[in-house]
Design a protein around this ligand. Sequence first.
Ligand code: CUA
Length: 319
Amino acid sequence: MTPVQTPNIFAPVSTPAFAIRDLSFIVLAITAAIFLIVASFAVYTLIRFGRRPANPEIEPAQVYGSTQIELAWTVVPLLIVVVLFLVTARYVYGIERRAQPPDALEITVVGNQWWWDIRYPKLGIVTANEIHVPVSDAAHPTPTFITVKSVDVAHSFWVPQLVGKMDAIPNKINRVWIEPHRVGTYVGQCAEYCGLQHALMLLVVVVHPRDEFLTWVAAQQKAPVEQAATKAGRQLFSSLACINCHSVRGTPSNGVFGPDLTHLMSRSTLGAGAVRNTPENLRAWVKDPGAVKAGALMPAMKLDDAELDRLMAYLVTLR
Ligand code: CUA
């Protein structure tokens, strides 16, 4: 896997993110020019007049009701704001008007307290917190169109190197698209305060070469194979309340309140970025999720060590 990139709006790799960087540079250039002019006047005034001994007898020149000055400081800022508005509107419209090509990859991202449900409706894949997409090159333009929703409170989908922020609002469907031109792993984050664990709603987008992406799709589409050695763990899992919230394809567990576990061990973190996904961390997580991620909605199931062992033996086979 390629090294994980630090989130950065100035290092775009996807079409809408390039537009956002260009717009940022225009806005920064205009505001930097204003800052330099104002700051130089202020510094000049401080140096030029700052050292003159105070003389209460002499009053500085008083200027009242100068139409020219008032017009200047009203009209010039107004024009600047209009220019900033028009340029921004043009870029926003340029990104949003792109129609979805019929063969585009479709993903639905659903914000939950505090994790992301990721669905590929046309491919029959359900996962969590990690989005996998193919790289888009000139020979095979493969944009990914993302439907952004929420089941509870307002969240915001944001992967700075790929696309700008898009709110995830209950009862509202929003859309964004990405078109990454470089293979890599890009980090995103919930960008709307959504409660105690807002900071632990990590998003990872893995951009694969085309054939590697197809391999990932084929692996995710497979249901886990029932193994004799892990049957006891699977039965324990099915007998507990786990199945009210979690799904494992091909088994009775079909809950939707928590992340789909069909390919749990293929993901890199637990608790949406709380800890690395290792068998030891998974055991600690199942034992007491609140100890790993305070406020996590998954309850501690109060399992003894023997039960945990059986459950772990099963869960680590969900690759
Ligand atoms: Cu979800 Cu902040």
